[in-house]
Design a protein around this ligand. Structure first.
Ligand code: OXD
Length: 309
């Protein structure tokens, strides 16, 4: 009945501490020191090497350490019959909303320009963009996108969302599927990507999409780097169709020093920090799931593998 912590590029110390607080008897193994593989029942994973999870023959649950599960589903050898769960946590939704609100307000209040002006000691006023006449379009209205949309509505923005199915969020106009994508983009001044990464959404932030938004629009991507066609963003910025972008996620992380995004005057880069998973917040639910699985019950927060999230 062992619990494996398999974190490829994350510090494990605070996870171990919280797991031990909430389940003192836990037989906790720290990858790669797994002990006999047939003893592992439950794994909490972040970016495991492909093929690794197929090595545990008695696995009963694979828990993603984040809200996203693309880092698990891209493994062709992921054991087919083992349930996969993701983190569903109010503090992550709050944190993501704060990031999106920060980026939206930064743009509306011209903060990237003022940062440049400060370097030059230049005093020049730019008229703030008004919330009520700024169309914010959120792609993905799940737990994170829905929370961000509510915060922006509360600030008075003209908010719409685009998703695969209809969503009812007060004050948010809902657009559905490919058929309504054009109408959704056509009213968008600030495009926010909070989609899950699936085969259908990979590369979705491309030239065609950028051509559909209002001229001079702003892009905020805090989903996955693979949603974005990087060359198409650079071209849209060059042509002026997009006026700027705030990016938290990248195809290659850490973003390589030679990458053009670092030095681009219209791009703000943050290091995948929009919404971090806090062990203290999410370990109680993980332990609840561990106990459920050990008792022969289905875990909570399971994803649908066919849908991809
Ligand atoms: C997540 C992330 O998936 O932080 O939670 O990227």
């Amino acid at each position: 009945m062992a619990f494996l912590l398999l974190l490829a590029d994350i510090e494990s110390k605070s996870w171990v501490k919280q797991l031990k607080i909430h389940e003192p008897q836990l037989d906790l193994r720290l990858w790669p020191n797994t002990g006999p593989v047939e003893e592992i029942d439950f794994v909490l994973a972040w970016r495991p090497p492909p093929g690794e999870l197929a090595r545990y023959p008695k696995l009963r649950c694979i828990a993603s350490l984040g809200a996203g599960v693309d880092h698990l589903l891209r493994d062709p050898d992921l054991p087919a019959a083992v349930p996969v769960t993701r983190v569903v946590d109010a503090s992550m939704a709050q944190s993501m909303s704060e990031y999106v609100v920060m980026a939206v307000l930064n743009w509306c209040r011209h903060m990237p320009r003022y940062a440049r002006q400060q370097q030059e000691r230049r005093w020049q006023v730019h008229v703030p963009r008004q919330a009520s006449s700024t169309g914010v379009g959120i792609m993905g209205l799940g737990q994170l996108g829905g929370a961000a949309a509510r915060h922006l509505v509360a600030l008075g923005f003209d908010v719409a969302g685009w998703s695969t199915g209809p969503k009812q969020i007060a004050g948010v106009r809902s657009y559905i599927g490919e058929a309504q994508l054009g109408a959704f983009l056509g009213r968008t001044d600030i495009l926010v990507c909070l989609l899950p990464l699936t085969e259908r959404t990979r590369g979705i932030l491309d030239a065609r999409l950028f051509a559909g938004v209002r001229p001079g629009a702003y892009l905020i991507n805090c989903a996955r780097g693979e949603h974005l066609q990087e060359a198409d963003l650079l071209a849209a910025l060059d042509s002026g169709q997009l006026a700027g972008a705030c990016l938290d996620v990248f195809v290659t992380e850490p973003l390589p020093p030679e990458h053009p995004f670092w030095r681009h005057p219209s791009i703000t880069v943050t290091p995948h920090t929009a919404s971090l998973t806090h062990p203290r917040a999410v370990v109680p639910r993980l332990i609840e799931n561990y106990r459920r699985v050990m008792a022969g019950l289905a875990p909570l927060d399971q994803i649908d593998r066919l849908r991809g999230y």
